[in-house]
Write a protein that binds this ligand. Structure first.
Ligand code: ADP
Length: 475
């Protein structure tokens, strides 16, 4: 099948979180299984610069015309072919993507964020028509208007919409719709975009895509409940027959302690000495004692990630003799709070506020445990990466964390979102680390299969259902 994979970020061009990993790993696995896959994303200024700096040539692929208020816009699609894997295509258009911060509006123009991704979505439809895609695979709110523009402009392709995080919905004042050429009749509550008076771009995907996927079976159930549905549980319950839960994989070549060049000494489940060196280097670099368990955190600093639970637990964790090494960036109030705690416990807590790939590798390799006390977690990649490095995850039992961690076997789970529940789980984990079973626990984690092949096979089935559904509609 010809699969157009439309997304707002993808490795190696730009990454803020797990979506960028998925947008490389899944298309590559689908291509290996025989599909003709192309990744399509906006050519932001920062992406253009990165391609230039890396010497990645961008070749002309197509010229398409995108219907737009005030007259059609000419758009160039340019292409980069990585050494291995699916090609990436970029939408090059004046006035929409000229930004270093793609998820923020232009200063003093709050609707520009909505316009940016509305225009991207309409370009997706134009290119899908041009190429003759069979399936257009959409990802998160930035691509939510694609099925709406499909209804307006027509493209002969089935649509599959993956929810990577329901917490980000792309809600804008309804006047955005006139600016982006969406007729007011789409502003319905049922089967439309209306969401508490706002125009919700994610709702375009949730109501109109042929099939819906989210990134773990547990999250697929959770988002149909008021607690996790972020106001959209009714709609998702209504569409439950079209909603699938497919666990993400990870890039098992990039994340492999046996070949990882970003860590000081390589190791494998059969020869673990290197992990001790990584631990020493991590503790030295972070300036923490490492006398007791070393807990690593690599995370966006956002409410979702349970950072407040960690903040509440730190005094007790330090009392238990743990060291914490935190790498993260995000909400300024959470950064501020973490910086404050670090000053209190300089020998046990080290924090780095940055996005730092090499340091992330060192933490995954050098820590004993990896903390993910997420309030909700659609899938989560960190816990799978940690398992691969023999670093047992300690996580809340929610979403993909519940689906990838067997409590006491491949990590430690707790349920209540509280510091006390987290510190109890850490105490259990620390006891396991002192037990004779510890090497076996690490080995079991490291041997888990996290490769993308399984997910690609499941997406293949969903594509077939979506194409079949499209045919039924046509009849
Ligand atoms: P989310 O997509 O919600 O941020 P995931 O666990 O799905 O969470 O994916 C996060 C990815 O981003 C992982 O690959 C993790 O290693 C990486 N990551 C997160 N924060 C940082 C950081 N500050 N520096 C380097 N990598 C990070």
């Amino acid at each position: 099948m010809k699969v157009l994979f439309a997304c707002a970020e993808a490795l190696p061009y730009w990454k803020t979180g797990g979506l960028a990993d998925v947008a490389r790993g899944l298309p590559d696995a689908l291509a290996r299984s025989g599909h003709d896959v192309r990744i399509l994303l906006p050519e932001y200024a920062r992406v253009r610069r990165r391609c230039h700096e890396q010497g990645w040539p961008l070749h002309h692929e197509a010229a398409v015309s995108v219907p737009w208020p005030g007259g059609p816009r000419a758009v160039e699609i340019v292409r980069h072919q990585p050494e291995a894997g699916a090609p990436a295509l970029f939408v090059r258009a004046q006035g929409f993507f000229d930004t270093e911060r793609p998820y923020e509006p232009f200063p003093a123009d709050p609707l520009s964020l909505g316009r940016r991704f509305a225009f991207f979505s309409r370009s997706v439809v134009a290119y899908a028509r041009h190429w003759g895609a069979d399936v257009v695979h959409l990802n998160d709110w930035q691509t939510g208007l694609v099925p709406v523009y499909d209804a307006l402009d027509g493209m002969d392709a089935a649509t599959v919409f993956t929810i990577h995080n329901l917490g980000y919905q792309g809600n804008f004042p309804p006047q955005l719709l006139a600016e982006v050429g969406v007729p007011a009749n789409f502003m319905r509550t049922e089967a439309g975009l209306e969401f508490y008076g706002q125009a919700s771009l994610i709702k375009g995907g949730l109501t109109l895509a042929d099939r819906l996927v989210t990134v773990s079976p547990t999250y697929a159930r959770e988002i149909r409940t008021p607690e996790y549905g972020a106001g959209l549980h009714g709609l998702l319950e209504h569409r439950r027959g079209d909603l699938h839960g497919i666990l993400n994989g990870i890039d098992t070549e990039a994340w492999d302690p046996a070949t990882d060049r970003l860590i000081p000494e390589q190791y494998s489940s059969l020869a673990m000495q290197g992990k001790q060196s990584c631990r020493r280097v991590l503790c030295d670099r972070a300036g923490v004692s490492g006398a007791g368990p070393v807990l690593g955190i690599v995370s966006r600093l956002a409410y979702q990630k349970g950072i407040e639970i960690i903040l509440g637990a730190i005094p007790e964790l330090v009392r238990q003799g743990c060291s914490l090494v935190v790498l993260g960036s995000g909400d300024p109030p959470l950064e501020h709070a973490l910086a404050g705690v670090t000053r209190h416990f300089p020998d046990n807590v080290a924090v780095s506020f940055s996005f730092d790939e090499p340091l992330a590798h060192l933490i995954y390799a050098g820590a004993d445990f990896f903390l993910m006390p997420s309030i909700y977690e659609p899938c989560g990649l960190g816990q799978m990466i940690a398992q691969r490095y023999g670093t047992l995850p300690i996580a809340r039992r929610t979403g993909g964390l519940a689906d990838t961690i067997d409590d006491g076997l491949t990590g430690f789970l707790f349920h209540e979102p509280s510091p006390a529940a987290l510190t109890d789980a850490v105490a259990r984990a620390a006891a396991a680390r002192s037990s004779p079973d510890w090497p076996a626990l690490q080995q079991r984690c490291m041997r888990r299969d996290h490769s993308w092949g399984r997910a690609a096979a499941e997406y293949d089935s969903v594509y077939r259902l979506a194409v079949g559904a499209g045919l039924t509609h046509a009849v």
